[in-house]
Design a protein around this ligand. Structure first.
Ligand code: AKG
Ligand code: FE2
Length: 238
């Protein structure tokens, strides 16, 4: 239902290309990636991305946002979200009076730029069993922005994971339950941290209560970028 009306253009179908694995994972053979700790079924990798990878990613993101500028989505009920967004990949998440959905084009009409290779490599390393990511949602949080508790359920195949990357200022991330309400647990997500939401935890409510402005110098201005890679289309039934 969410993908109604979105027939992917033929030449966009292979835009996420795994045939050339980037040479930079691991960037240095002696690099040891952190182990995951588990919180309510979410896998949390503190400092997965090195400072160099984070800086490289910010350069990639600036280029992406030049082609697909951040915009302020409006919820179906008419409220403007405090987070500004854009996307990379075959689809981008949008919200307006017509509802939440994935669209093959930026609201200004151009195709979304490709997902940076460091991110597709990260996906391949952390969720090797998953289908390739079809979108990378880019959330930009200014110092006052937050995101209310919600489930990620606009994707066509909820058995596929969501992989989330934090860059810039620290964020107080809250993890709840499979239904709204109940006890929650919070953790600070820092620049370079990665969270994998999958399996039974894929539909846990989660949100961002606040940003601790000025806790990172990565973005050269206060704020935070969160990237979430997802598979958007339903799996094929052959
Ligand atoms: O900013 C974050 O850490 C979470 C973002 C999120 O939940 C989403 O984009 O669905
Ligand atoms: Fe989410």
């Amino acid at each position: 239902m969410l993908l109604q009306g979105f027939e992917m253009p033929e030449d966009d179908k292979n835009r996420t290309d795994f045939s050339n694995p980037p040479a930079n994972l691991p960037p240095d053979p002696s690099l040891v990636r952190p182990e995951a700790r588990e919180l309510r079924g979410f896998r949390v990798y503190e400092g997965w991305l090195t400072p160099e990878e984070q800086a490289g990613l910010v350069t990639d993101l600036r280029e992406i946002l030049r082609k697909a500028p951040l915009f302020s989505p409006v919820t179906p009920s008419g409220a403007q979200m405090s987070v500004r967004m854009s996307s990379a990949g075959n689809f981008g998440w949008m919200s307006d009076a017509k509802g939440y959905r994935y669209a093959p084009h930026h609201p200004q009409g151009s195709a979304w730029p490709p997902i940076p290779p460091v991110l597709t490599a990260l996906w391949g390393a952390l969720v090797p069993q998953a289908r390739p990511p079809e979108t990378c949602l880019i959330n930009y949080y200014g110092p006052e922005a937050k995101m209310g508790m919600h489930q990620d359920r606009d994707e066509g195949d909820l058995s596929q994971p969501v992989v989330s990357v934090s860059l810039g200022d620290e964020a107080l991330f809250r993890i709840g339950n499979l239904e709204r309400g109940g006890k929650t647990e919070s953790l600070w997500l820092r620049s370079g941290d990665v969270v994998v939401m999958e399996g039974a935890a894929r539909l846990r409510y989660h949100g961002v209560d606040r940003i601790a402005a000025g806790t990172s110098l990565l973005l050269k201005q206060p704020g935070r970028i969160n990237l979430t890679m997802r598979v958007v289309t339903p799996s094929r039934v052959d």
